[in-house]
Write a protein that binds this ligand. Structure first.
Ligand code: TRP
Length: 450
């Protein structure tokens, strides 16, 4: 081991970092659009149930496994195993998670690069450089490589500084900014004409869809992505947590913040679409559904910003600033998964390991950028549709079956003395052993059959 392990200095530091990982493009872009295209309030309701009943228990599995073994994901899973074949399985799951985390980061970097380009465009606008703004707002190979690369450098520079002075420091600075920007933007948008229609669509549930299998599968996928589950991010963050903190409480806070921010992001995005429609933007696709893909963020919302006159560039800057901040606090958590493994199993220093791994992941991003139509969807499906649920099941099995009840109890008692008499301990152990894996499997099956 080339250096001592890092640690979060305080409870708030951990909450900022873990909530920072959870709150990302998945909340601000993914959740509102999934909601709008899956029956509005009905989706919100199912999502809330799944987030607390399925994703929270899985998050607890990761946090407990991580803090128990205080190491990177590969060693953590091997360490709880008590025979050779489970050790091998543990290493395999650890590595599979590392590969998936890296691949998620490779496509996340591309999207975050677009956000970064759109963040700069209002500045060139204000400076009267309209050609530059045009170039920044249009897809091109050079723009995507340049801004994807800049975002990768940003992510690497935070991870190179380590847990306390990198991850914790930056998450603690950026998360409050994110919340302030989000609230200011909501106040602004809700006061524009057309916003009400969006609010209604977002909040009124179409209850006939509540048992629609597709809705349930989408809600589960969304909850897993949003809480950064399956690939070991939360396990690594848990491994940097002090023993005197209560895991169930911290996990509940992180889940609540994540769900809360996803919900309030919907109060911004969906009404904003209808305000944009009021100004002439097309917000429904040819299939009659509300636009949800990149067209929404990069075509619909700019119509809105353009209609705002002098306020336009400032609001656009605030919006893409919000998106960029949300992306960075998430991307660092993905990069930490492979980097912690390399730092703890080689002689490489953290900065060198970060440069090596971050560079490799950006090479994958560049390959995807150059072959976007063939590769992008493939990588997204392989990681989020297939691998995250499979890994989620395996991690629940590791916490529930391999780690076993005694070890779980011992770990959870740290920082939560009276856990044995709590509701949590009455429900969770059986839940993580049986219900979580079964429910994830069922919904995964539905998902690939659909
Ligand atoms: N949760 C983040 C979001 O909502 C993205 C993210 C960070 C993630 N780490 C992850 C997703 C690990 C899957 C796995 O945008």
């Amino acid at each position: 081991m080339s250096s001592p392990r890092g640690q979060f200095s305080s409870k708030t530091g951990f909450i900022m970092a873990a909530a920072g990982s959870a709150v990302g493009l998945g909340n601000i872009w993914g959740f509102p659009t999934e909601t709008a295209s899956n029956g509005g309030g009905a989706f919100v309701l199912v999502y809330l149930i799944l987030a607390f009943c399925l994703a929270y228990p899985a998050l607890m599995a990761e946090l407990t496994l991580g803090r128990h073994s205080r190491s990177n994901t590969v060693d953590a899973l091997a360490a709880v195993a008590d025979n050779n074949s489970t050790k091998i399985l543990g290493r395999f799951v650890g590595w599979y998670g590392i590969v998936v985390a890296s691949l998620i980061l490779s496509f996340y970097t591309i999207i975050a690069g677009w956000m970064l380009a759109f963040l700069v465009a209002p500045i060139t606008d204000l400076l009267g450089m309209s050609e530059a703004s045009q170039w920044l707002s249009n897809q091109s190979l050079t723009r995507n490589l340049l801004f994807g690369g800049a975002f990768a450098v940003l992510t690497m520079s935070i991870i190179a500084s380590g847990v306390e002075s990198g991850i914790e420091k930056w998450s603690s600075r950026l998360m409050p900014m994110l919340i302030i920007l989000l609230i200011l933007l909501i106040i602004y948008v809700l006061n524009q004409e057309g916003a009400r229609e969006g609010l209604e669509l977002y909040l009124l549930p179409d209850l006939s869809r509540i048992l629609d299998p597709k809705l349930i599968v989408n809600a589960m996928g969304q909850a897993f992505f949003s809480l950064s589950l399956g690939v070991g991010t939360m396990m690594v963050y848990g491994s940097y947590l002090k023993k005197e903190e209560s895991l169930p409480r911290l996990g509940a806070i992180v889940t609540t913040v994540d769900v809360g921010i996803a919900f309030i992001a919907g109060l911004l995005i969906i009404p904003a679409m209808f305000v944009a429609q009021h100004h002439g933007a097309t917000i429904y696709g040819e299939d009659g559904n509300l636009l949800a893909g990149p067209g929404l963020i990069f075509n619909v919302l700019p119509v809105l910003f353009d209609s705002m006159g002098t306020a336009g560039p400032f609001v656009a800057f605030a919006f893409f600033g919000l998106m960029t901040i949300a992306s960075v606090t998430s991307s660092i958590s993905m990069l930490e998964v492979p980097v912690s493994r390399v730092v703890e199993s080689s002689e490489l220093s953290r900065p060198k390991a970060t440069l090596l791994i971050g560079g490799l992941i950006f090479l994958i991003s560049a390959t995807i950028i150059a072959n976007f139509d063939q590769l992008f969807g493939l990588v997204v499906d392989f990681t989020t549709k297939y691998s995250q649920p499979i890994l989620g099941i395996l991690l629940c099995v590791f916490a529930g079956w391999v780690m076993n009840r005694d070890k779980l109890l011992k770990e959870l008692k740290e920082g939560h003395e009276d856990i044995e008499s709590s509701m949590f301990w009455k429900i969770w152990p059986l839940y993580v052993r049986v219900f979580c894996p079964a429910l994830i499997l069922l919904s995964f099956w539905q998902g690939i059959a659909a």
